[in-house]
Structure formats: C-alpha cells, structure tokens
Design a protein around this ligand. Structure first.
Ligand code: G1P
Length: 292
C-alpha cells in the first residue's frame, strides 16, 4: 500500500442548484454568500488547510463567476488602492492567491461520478480529495485535514460520514459498516447504497461531501451504469472499489451544514454570523430583541 500525499482537491460545481431557485437561475449556487464569502471559498480554504496545493473545479455553463472570483481583479484592486482601502484590497487580493486552480467542464449533468471523471487527466495516478461545496463543515481541525491524517494512517480511500436520523437518510449515500477495532472514528465498510428508500437503508451512517479516493476510482467510474436518479453515481463506483481495496467511513469532529438546502443555509448563516468578531455581538443583540 503506497501512502502518497494528498495534493489535489476536486470540487464538483457544475450542478444546476435547483434547490435554490430562483436565486440560482443565473448565479452558481456555489457563489451564494454565506455572510460575506461564497460557499465554494469555504471548501477551497478547507482543502488548502488540509495541505492541498492543486484545486480542480468542475464547472459548466453559467459558472463563469466562480473563475472570476478566484482570479485577480485589476480594476477593483486599482480602485481600492486609489481610495486607500488597504484592508479591503488585502481581502480582494488574497482570494486570488489562495491556491493554484484549474478548471474543467462537465458539459452534461450526468451525475457526481461523471463530474469526478472529468478530472481523470488532471488528477493522474495519485490519491486525491473530493469536496462537495454544499456540505459545509465547521470544525476546529478542518474536516479534510482530519481525513488526510486518517489517510496517512491507512493509505485507503476514506469517506466522510455522519449519522442521519429519520427518512432524510434517503437523500444520501448510505454505508453498511461497523466500527473498526483500532480507531473509533474509522468505520469498516462492507457495502453502500446511493439514496436508498428509508426502509432499505443499511444504517444511519450517511456519506457526506468529503472523500479521499485512490486513483483506481476513475476506471471504475468509467464502468458504472446509470444508478439512482438515472445518474452516474460516485457511490456506485466506490462500491465497486470495495472489491479491490479497503474503504473506510470517517466520523469527523465538527458540525456539518447542508448549505445546499434553504433551511440548512439559513442555519449556517446565523451560526457563522454569530461567531464573527465584527458582526456576532451586534447580531446576537438583535436576535434577542427579534419577536419570535
Ligand atoms: C451526493 C452523493 C451522496 C452523498 C451526498 C452528500 O448526493 O451522491 O452519496 O451522501 O452528496 O451531500 P447529492 O447531494 O449530490 O444528491
């Protein structure tokens, strides 16, 4: 088992964001601002904090503002400089120097597996991370960093996982798994299923949008046939990977927000705003007065 460094992080961002219509009619859902930062930037910063140096974003039609966001903005910078707004200038500049970012396109929305497959050449023959920007994890040690540490122990593919109670489990990939004997956070996976009916779910252990995958996954995605929702599912390819390699679930420390969902997004906004030094105290006061 070779234990390579995780240098590359893939961000599928070609989805249509229908759960957020009408806001996402002409704006990528990945650019929805959580307080004052677009959703995808939280994920990119998490990947960098986990040691990744290459960010690969899978985009599609109507997603150009993602590229603009992470690019230099000479007009904005010149204007801020001329007005002596040095702190804001630093904010604008730092976004464009976060990491080396490469873009590739998914020209048809054929599923998460298909989105990841578009990065085959860019990733090459090394293990890599996948971050779904909708899943926002607020943690002391960034979630992907925790997973990279677990990968350094195991050398195996690792899937972020959390317990989901009730019927909403059927919106997730679900693991058939048992706790590993040597690390309480690692789950030994026997099988998995994408978006099962509630009554068929093999456990409450859902897959969340953080993955570390070995490169064999690409040849297995190439073989999968349309699964849940008629899409090429990443879960089905990982299920096939189980025949060749160990794959672990990982119970991360931290709180996940489903920011791709309106209610989840609102909750995340309130929590993140309350934690901010510049906004939190005033926002808290205002909330106390708010007639509920
Ligand atoms: C995707 C995956 C699913 C996973 C989920 C986590 O589903 O296919 O296995 O549980 O992300 O957010 P999606 O939310 O894109 O339908």
């Amino acid at each position: 088992m070779t234990k390579q460094k995780i240098r590359k992080a893939v961000f599928p961002a070609a989805g249509m964001g229908t759960r957020f219509l009408p806001a996402t009619k002409s704006m990528p859902k990945e650019m929805l601002p959580l307080v004052d930062k677009p959703l995808i930037q939280y994920g990119v910063e998490e990947a960098i904090a986990a040691g990744c140096t290459e960010i690969i974003i899978v985009t599609g039609r109507g997603k150009n503002t993602i590229e603009d966001h992470f690019d230099r903005s000479p007009e904005l910078e010149a204007s801020l400089e001329a007005r002596g707004k040095t702190a804001l200038l630093e904010v604008a500049r730092s976004v464009s120097s976060l990491a080396h970012i490469t873009y590739t396109r998914q020209s048809e929305a054929l599923g998460l597996g298909h989105a990841v497959l578009q990065t085959k050449q860019l990733v090459g023959n090394e293990p890599f991370a996948v971050i779904l920007p909708d899943d926002l994890v607020d943690a002391k040690t960034p979630c992907l960093k925790q997973m990279v540490e677990a990968f350094e122990e195991t050398g195996a593919s690792i899937l972020g996982s959390e317990i989901i109670e009730g019927p909403s489990i059927s919106s997730y990939g679900v693991l058939k798994c048992s706790p590993s004997s040597w690390d309480a956070r690692l789950l030994a996976i026997d099988d998995m299923v994408e978006k099962p009916k509630f009554e068929d779910a093999p456990s409450k252990n859902a897959i969340i949008g953080r993955y570390i995958l070995t490169p064999r996954i690409f040849e297995l995605i190439e073989k999968v046939t349309p699964g849940a929702g008629g899409e090429l599912q990443l879960t089905d390819a990982i299920r096939a990977l189980l025949k060749y390699e160990k794959v672990y679930g990982f119970t991360f420390e931290g709180k996940r927000h489903d920011a791709g969902d309106k209610l989840g997004f609102l909750k995340a906004t309130v929590e993140f705003a309350l934690k901010r030094d510049d906004l939190g105290p005033q926002f808290r006061e205002w909330l106390k007065e708010f007639p509920l």
